[in-house]
Design a protein around this ligand. Structure first.
Ligand SMILES: *[C@@H]1O[C@H](CO)[C@@H](O)[C@H](O)[C@H]1NC(C)=O
Length: 396
C-alpha cells in the first residue's frame, strides 16, 4: 500500500520532470556553408547596404546617436537707430522715437517709411469722408444723432449735409481724405537705419542657453559691425536696406506702400561638437500686400486749442521669429539604432536562405535530408535546417 503510493509519487515526479524538460532545452540553428558565388555576393551587398544605411543615413545624416530638443525658449529685444530729415508740420527731423512702433523694442516692430499727413485736425462738426460707406442721406431724418458711423471717423450729429449727400459728424475735423501714398514723402534715410537684435535662447532639456551677442564681445566687435552674410554672419546689427534687399526686392519699391518681412533666426546646435552654437539669419517677405497703420500727434495751437496731426503711415513691419533644434549624444537611441540595423542584417540572411533554395540546382539535397542530428554531451537533439513551413513550400 505504502510502497505503491511511493512508486506513484515517484512516477508523478518523473512525469513532472519530463514536462519541465522543455525549460532546459535550447535549440540552435546549424549553419550550412555554401560556395555559391551569387548568394555570397548578394549577402555581402546586403550587409554593405545595411552598414551604409546605418553609418551614412542613420548616424551621419540623421544623427541617430543623439537626442534632440526642438522646443526652443527665446527672448528677443530690438533697437533701431538712425535719423531722417522729414517735412511734416510737427518736425523736420525724426529719430527712432518718432518712426518706430511700438517703442519698447519688441520682437515685432514697424519702421515708418512713408506717410500721408492730415494737418491741424480739431474736435468739431464736419462732413464725413465721402468714401466711407453707409453714410449717405437725403434728409436729416436719415442721420440718427449720437450714432457712430460704422468704419467712419465720428458720431452723427443728426444733420444731413445736402450738398454732399452725407451725414454730418462730430469728430476730428477735417477728416482724413484717402489718397494714394506719395513717393515724394518716402523716408529715404530709412534705408540706412540699423536694427540691433538681441536674442537669448534656452533648450531646457539640456539646460543649455546661448545668446546671439556673446558677452565677451558685446562691446568690442558688435558695436561697429554690420551684418553681412559672408563677412559678418554673426553680427547682430542689420541695415534696413539690406534686410529688404535680401527678400529679393528693392527698398524704394517696398518703402512706398509698406511690407511685412519675417526675420528668421535659426539655431542648430550640436552640443557634442561645440558648446557655442551660432544663429543663422534669413529674411523673407511674408505678405505681398502693403502694410499701413495710423497714429496721431497732439499739440496745442497759439490760441490754446487742442489739435492734432493725423498720419496714415506705411512701413516695414518686421516680425522676428526664432526656431531651433539642439542635439546631444545619448546611449539609448544609439543602441536602438544599432539593434534595428542588426535585425535587418538577420532578415538579410533569411532572405539569402530563400534565394539559396530558389537558385540551387540540387535543391533536393536540402529538402530531402529532413533532419540533421547533432550530438551533445547529454543527448541527441534533432536540429532543423529549415522551418517546416519553408520546407513544405520548396519541396514541390
Ligand atoms: C546711406 O549711407 C551711405 C553710406 O554712408 C550713403 O552714401 C547714402 O547716401 C545713404 N543713403 C541715404 C538714402 O541717405
Amino acid at each position: 500500500m505504502s510502497t505503491s503510493s511511493a512508486t506513484g509519487a515517484g512516477m508523478a515526479w518523473q512525469n513532472n520532470q519530463n514536462r519541465l524538460q522543455f525549460l532546459f532545452e535550447y535549440t540552435t540553428v546549424s549553419y550550412v556553408g555554401t560556395h555559391n558565388k551569387k548568394i555570397g555576393l548578394l549577402y555581402r551587398i546586403f550587409q554593405l547596404t545595411i552598414m551604409g544605411y546605418l553609418i551614412g543615413w542613420v548616424f551621419l545624416k540623421n544623427k541617430g546617436y543623439q537626442v534632440k530638443d526642438d522646443t526652443i525658449e527665446s527672448s528677443v529685444v530690438t533697437k533701431v537707430k538712425g535719423v531722417a530729415r522729414v517735412n511734416t508740420i510737427d518736425s523736420n527731423l525724426w529719430g527712432p522715437e518718432d518712426y518706430v512702433f511700438p517703442n519698447q523694442g519688441e520682437n515685432f516692430l514697424s519702421i515708418l517709411t512713408n506717410f500721408i499727413e492730415t494737418k491741424e485736425q480739431t474736435l468739431g462738426n464736419c462732413s464725413e469722408n465721402p468714401d466711407v460707406a453707409n453714410n449717405d442721406c437725403s434728409k436729416n431724418e436719415e442721420c440718427t444723432a449720437g450714432e457712430a458711423v460704422r468704419a467712419g471717423n465720428g458720431i452723427k450729429t443728426g444733420v444731413c449735409l445736402i450738398p454732399n449727400g452725407t451725414c454730418e459728424i462730430y469728430g476730428w475735423c477735417p477728416t482724413e481724405r484717402q489718397r494714394e501714398p506719395d513717393p515724394a514723402n518716402i523716408v529715404r534715410e530709412a534705408e540706412n537705419f540699423t536694427l540691433y537684435i538681441r536674442n537669448f535662447i534656452r533648450f531646457s532639456r539640456f539646460n543649455f542657453s546661448a545668446s546671439n551677442v556673446p558677452k565677451e564681445n558685446r562691446k568690442l566687435l558688435f558695436k561697429r559691425c554690420t551684418y553681412d552674410e559672408t563677412l559678418h554672419p554673426y553680427c547682430p546689427i542689420f541695415r534696413l536696406g539690406d534686410i529688404v534687399n535680401k527678400t529679393g526686392h528693392k527698398f524704394e519699391e517696398l518703402a512706398l506702400k509698406g511690407v511685412s518681412i519675417g526675420v528668421l533666426i535659426e539655431w542648430l546646435c550640436d552640443l557634442d561638437k561645440d558648446t557655442e552654437c551660432r544663429p543663422h539669419y534669413s529674411f523673407v517677405c511674408l505678405d505681398k500686400v502693403s502694410f499701413d497703420f495710423r497714429f496721431a500727434r497732439y499739440s496745442t495751437d497759439a490760441a490754446g486749442k487742442r489739435q492734432r496731426t493725423f498720419y496714415k503711415a506705411f512701413g516695414i513691419h518686421l516680425d522676428i521669429m526664432v526656431c531651433g533644434v539642439a542635439r546631444r549624444f545619448n546611449i539609448i537611441p544609439t543602441i536602438v539604432n544599432i539593434a534595428s540595423a542588426l535585425t535587418l542584417m538577420a532578415a538579410g540572411s533569411y532572405f539569402c536562405d530563400i534565394m539559396l533554395l530558389y537558385t540551387m540546382k540540387k535543391r533536393s539535397v536540402y529538402t530531402e535530408s529532413k533532419l540533421d542530428r547533432v550530438t551533445t554531451n547529454d543527448k541527441e537533439i534533432p536540429v532543423q535546417i529549415m522551418p517546416e513551413g519553408l520546407k513544405r513550400k520548396f519541396s514541390l
